[in-house]
Design a protein around this ligand. Structure first.
Ligand code: HXC
Length: 515
């Protein structure tokens, strides 16, 4: 056969393979408002950057007449490419081919591209759209999942891992996304659950729709399994592109620098955002935007555990991770979910050399039977662990309340913040003045001629003594009491001067965080 004939044979084979499950299955996919796997990859990656591998892999199923079936690419597309010039490894399950179900060779393709990502030290992106373990292949499909979970764990903290849920992701399949760093979901398209509505109905008699059980909104706002929620696939791809611009390729690099920009100070003025009444809530995201470059803040897990705000921004062109109590929601308390949310983000930033800036305004951990029984002790400890373990530059600004365990947990000097700044409005104390006065002056108050007058007097006495930053500053726990308008200046300097920070934790196999 001549070169020309062989080349046209190759082209024919390729054309056949890229058809996926064929026109009928593609029509069904489109009718569900979904793009095909190939379209997804091409929409996400830079134009003409995608290079596909293992297109001619064939499935290994031999039972249930599977040996008579042709499954193009075995239902998954794998390859490499770039996103805004950043190299990535990627795979997308093709639901049009046997429901994107995961058989032995399908799993091998995913494992292979994950191995590549680790060897090349670039992020791995997995687009999930699958009916789960390929039932006809039995234990080989289970083995395939095991191989993927193992690699997810090996890659954790080594290269960034991104999961995109663009269809069903059911049964044990959910544990790959759960092991990755960021999970993206799309309204009415993503469906994630361990056991579906049918099984739930049969086993425990509860009835629920797929959407209400494991739809995008559920995972973005109730379970916290998702980090980013989008209205459409295109919007989701834009979010992924933005995320990739903030994070480094691997754990030996820092994120790409961008041209430094001042905040939009006409829109974001700290003295207008921050209320004079200490009891009035405010949106801490506006404070972040008053501090960071171009007032651009890329929030993570915006819809879940909103009493804490986490996300990426840039300071002088370099990525930083912001962690801030949100006084607008539950007064910014730490509870079970907000502790989990903050701790995981802190550990991601630390693993990938992203400095942390913490803004503090909280009355402490949330009291209550529900929280105690839900394990606020164990979950709350994760924040202490994550901050203590983090060796990246850490700058903390105490804006208002920093009471009790909340003061310590929010990257205090004692957990090795490099710099702690406090505004003159900061109140650093064991507890709020009202509660404190009721306990330590109980006798004086109850025996007074006018207990109410006495209570007010004692609250004022406590406030004058402790509800300020100067006691902590006198012990050196606060490095500088600063004017709010100078916050950017102080934080920028702190980060700049910490660039060569080189702190190592004690040598050990690994710590044992309170997972
Ligand atoms: C083999 C599968 C499949 C599977 C779907 N298909 N899931 N083939 N193994 N797990 C095939 C269908 O037979 C069908 O083939 C094609 O994919 C499209 O599926 P439909 O059912 O027609 O699509 P739709 O109506 O959109 O429904 C999608 C679905 C449903 C909700 C995902 O297919 C479904 O319930 N699938 C099974 C889900 C499941 O129970 N998976 C196993 C979970 S256990 P044809 O040839 O007709 O086009 C698990 C264990 C993992 O994953 C443990 C890891 C630790």
């Amino acid at each position: 056969m001549s070169l020309k004939t062989k080349t046209s044979d190759l082209k024919k084979r390729m054309q056949e393979a890229v058809q996926g499950g064929g026109s009928q299955a593609i029509e069904k996919q489109k009718a569900g408002g979904k793009l095909t796997a190939r379209e997804r990859i091409l929409s996400l990656l830079d134009k003409e950057s995608f290079h596909e591998y293992d297109l001619f892999v064939e499935h290994a199923g031999r039972d249930f007449e599977m040996d008579k079936k042709y499954l193009p690419g075995d239902g998954v597309i794998t390859g490499t490419g770039t996103i805004q010039g950043h190299p990535v490894c990627i795979y997308a399950q093709d639901f049009t081919v046997a429901g994107g179900s995961l058989g032995y060779m399908h799993a091998k393709k995913i494992a292979k591209i994950m191995d590549h990502a680790m060897k090349l030290k670039v992020p791995i992106i997995g687009i999930n759209d699958s009916g789960g373990a390929r039932i006809q292949e039995g234990v080989n499909s289970l083995a395939g999942y095991g191989e993927i979970f193992f690699r997810n764990t090996q890659a954790s903290g080594y290269i960034p891992q991104i999961s995109v849920i663009l269809g069903p992701c059911a049964g044990g399949a959910v544990y790959s996304p759960a092991l990755t760093d960021f999970v993206f979901v799309v309204d009415k398209i993503s469906k994630m659950f361990i056991t579906g509505p049918e099984v739930i109905k049969t086993v425990i008699g509860e009835e629920i729709s797929m959407e209400d059980l494991g739809g995008a909104k559920v995972h973005a706002s109730i379970t916290g399994n998702a980090h980013f929620y989008a209205e459409s696939e295109q919007m989701c791809f834009e979010q992924i592109k933005e995320l990739v611009s903030y994070i480094p390729w691997n754990n030996t690099k820092t994120a790409d620098p961008y041209p430094p920009k001042n905040p939009r100070s006409r829109t974001y003025k700290i003295n207008e955002i921050f209320p004079t009444n200490p009891k009035q809530p405010y949106d801490v995201r506006n404070i972040i935007m008053a501090i960071c470059d171009d007032s651009k803040f890329f929030e993570v897990q915006e819809r879940w555990a909103a009493n804490i705000v986490i996300g990426f921004a840039r300071m002088n062109g370099q990525t930083v991770g912001f962690v801030a109590n949100q006084p607008l929601v539950l007064a910014g308390v730490l509870d079970v979910d907000s502790s989990d949310k903050a701790a995981r983000f802190i550990r991601f930033c630390d693993a990938f050399n992203i400095p942390l800036v913490t803004l503090v305004d909280l009355p402490g951990y949330l009291p209550g039977i529900d929280q105690e029984h839900a394990g606020v002790i164990r979950h709350g400890a994760k924040v202490l662990y994550a901050y203590s373990e983090a060796t990246v530059p850490k700058a903390t600004v105490i804006l208002r309340k920093a009471y009790g365990g909340g003061y310590i947990a929010m990257c205090s000097n004692h957990l090795r913040a490099d710099f702690v700044f406090a505004w003159p409005t900061a109140e650093i104390a064991v507890m709020g003045p009202e509660g404190a006065a009721n306990i330590i002056f109980r006798k004086e108050i109850t025996t007074a001629e006018n207990p109410e007058e006495m209570r007010k007097l004692k609250i004022k006495e406590y406030k004058d003594k402790f509800a300020n930053p100067y006691v902590a500053a006198a012990y050196g726990y606060v490095d500088a009491v600063i004017e709010p308008a100078d916050t950017r200046k102080f934080v920028l300097h702190a980060l700049e001067i910490s660039k060569n920070k080189d702190v190592k934790n004690p040598v050990k196999k690994h710590g044992i965080p309170p997972f």
